[in-house]
Design a protein around this ligand. Sequence first.
Ligand code: DQA
Length: 148
Amino acid sequence: SAILCLNGPNLNLLGSREPTHYGRETLNDIEQRLIAAATTLGFRLLFMQSNAEHQLIERIHTAPADEVEFILFNPAAFTHTSIALRDALLAVAIPFIEIHLSNIYAREPFRAHSYFSDIAVGVISGFGARGYDLALIAAAQRLGLELP
Ligand code: DQA
């Protein structure tokens, strides 16, 4: 079965973008590490980043046809704005974990509201790129993997 890792706007700039908030790892570094870890755990990992809301929505719509059983989602700035992405996740009814590299509660007040947290399985925020690995382990366990 497949796990889809979805990434919203400006995350293509990871590595050089505000490193005090987002660290020095690139999105490609994260993708390669996640694919390797998923393969070890016995899952297929699909990875996508877009700066466009409609492309993220359409990727969510096609997820069931790709047998995606779980989504790891960093909606980036759409976290705080997008009812349309929320509705897309509700429409396909695929469980997901919301990920943020930074601790969104320790920043500007407008970042403390998310359109996703109340419908997510869980939220990982503030652990940098490591949050993706933690989310993958949590997703794998939800999908039946036995952890030691
Ligand atoms: C982010 C936090 C958001 O507030 C911000 O707009 C981002 C990245 C994070 O990973 O910490 O682009 O989702």
